[in-house]
Design a protein around this ligand. Structure first.
Ligand SMILES: [Zn+2]
Ligand SMILES: [Zn+2]
Length: 416
């Protein structure tokens, strides 16, 4: 028997409606905020991610699916959605068009990680990118979009925000961090020893217990923000207040990616049994230039669709199955089945969800099957009904039956 590769998952027919639901809500909310979808390839030149994700990040150093294609090019399956969107934005001249560009994507992404609940090697992301606007209002709008999405999905979340400043104020902060961590260098994990030289900011989001303990008393970036960054952060908070969005400032949020500037944020599920980050993002004013475009501000976020679905399931959010038949037409014999087929055809053409027997089941077995499908009505067609030109329609909710003429079928089931 052939098996699925480790860290991947099939979405089976009885679950796919949940994916469609989450994606549908995401598309609706994106539309409400005037975002348009961008679709970029599943693989890109490896160079894009080395520059766009940052070559000190775990994603690039440990987790990318990189291979040589038959033309000897180094290719990488996208480990996240932003770099490809930025590449396309520049390459297609959108950067010279009307700004801001407000984009969203729903994409598979690939990371070679140790698989665990909610963390797969192939996973899916809903992501948002707004290019060309530098004001804190745009950061607030991005956060509000994420907030609207999570609330529409029925999740209880808490928002944490921080500012990691710009190049200028980060230089001073990096120095302060180095001064702080230097005496502890021997106690830090292997990765953090490397980060100490290359990107001390990333020492703050290490998950190792010993590092976390030391981090707790590290200096806060907020105290090192330059005047402009400080004003931007103050403005962001004012806009969040205007939007009625509650937040907490968490100076430990620095994000794993190098290209972030100023605002960073995370939404954390607060439901019992389903804690953890469900959505994260921020501003990355340095990225477009890094990838060869003219300097241009950018802000965005991404949310893992698998993670959203797990949290929704754990917190008991019920997703309606849109494919439940309005009516199941059960035919007694061959002639009646033919009539069932004919009526079902009319109903389907009118936009009504109808199902019939395909397995030569008895009427009793058809009833059982209809129940399993969750059909709202079962319409039985027997010899008597056939000669009277009617079907016997039973409501599965109330158990009540009534005769409905074949000619009135569409009218009867419309809006049921
Ligand atoms: Zn600054
Ligand atoms: Zn560490």
């Amino acid at each position: 028997m052939m098996n699925i590769p480790k860290g991947t998952k099939d979405v089976l027919p009885n679950d796919s409606y949940k994916w469609q639901y989450v994606e549908g809500v995401a598309r609706d909310i994106a539309k409400r905020f005037q975002l348009k979808e961008i679709r970029t390839p599943t693989f890109e030149h490896t160079e894009l991610f080395l520059r766009g994700v940052g070559d000190t990040t775990d994603i690039v150093t440990k987790e990318m699916y990189t291979f040589k294609d038959k033309g000897d090019r180094s290719i990488t399956l996208k480990p996240e959605g932003t770099a490809g969107a930025v590449r396309s934005f520049i390459e297609n001249g959108l950067a010279n068009g009307v700004l801001p560009a407000k984009l969203y994507y729903i994409t598979p992404a690939f990371r070679y990680e140790r698989p665990q609940a909610g963390r797969l090697r192939e996973f899916h992301q809903f992501g948002v990118e707004i290019f060309g606007a530098k004001g804190a209002q745009t950061d607030a709008e991005t956060i509000m979009l994420a907030d609207s999405l999570l609330k529409a999905l029925g999740l209880n979340v808490k928002l944490f925000i921080n500012s990691i400043g710009c190049k200028q104020c980060r230089a001073a902060y990096n120095k302060a961090l180095k001064d702080f961590f230097a005496p502890h260098l021997n106690e830090l994990c292997y990765d953090c020893k490397n980060r100490f030289e290359k990107n001390p900011l990333r020492l703050l989001d290490c998950k190792e217990e010993t590092c976390k303990k030391i981090n707790a008393s590290a200096p806060s970036i907020i105290d090192y923000l330059c005047e402009d960054c400080n004003a931007h952060f103050t403005e962001l908070r004012a806009y969040l207040d205007l939007a009625g969005i509650q937040y907490e400032i968490d100076p430990r949020i620095v994000r794993g990616l190098d290209y972030y500037t100023r605002s960073v944020f995370e939404f954390v599920s607060t439901s019992i049994g389903a804690q953890g980050t469900v959505c994260a993002g921020g501003r990355y004013d340095g990225l477009i230039e890094e990838l060869g475009g003219n300097p241009m501000p950018a802000v965005g976020f991404a949310a893992g669709i698998e993670r959203l679905l797990i949290v929704m399931e754990q917190t008991g959010v019920k997703i309606p199955d849109p494919a439940v038949p309005t009516v199941y037409l059960a035919g007694m014999d061959a002639e009646c089945r033919q009539k069932a087929f004919e009526v079902a055809t009319k109903l389907r053409l009118a936009g009504i969800i109808a199902e019939i027997d395909h397995m030569d089941r008895s009427v009793k077995a058809q009833f059982k099957y209809a129940d399993k499908l969750g059909a709202k009505f079962v319409a039985v067609i027997g010899g008597n009904e056939l000669s009277e030109g009617v079907m016997n329609v039973k409501s599965m909710a109330t158990g009540e039956s009534e005769k409905v003429a074949f000619a009135n079928a569409v009218e009867y089931f419309f809006n049921k």
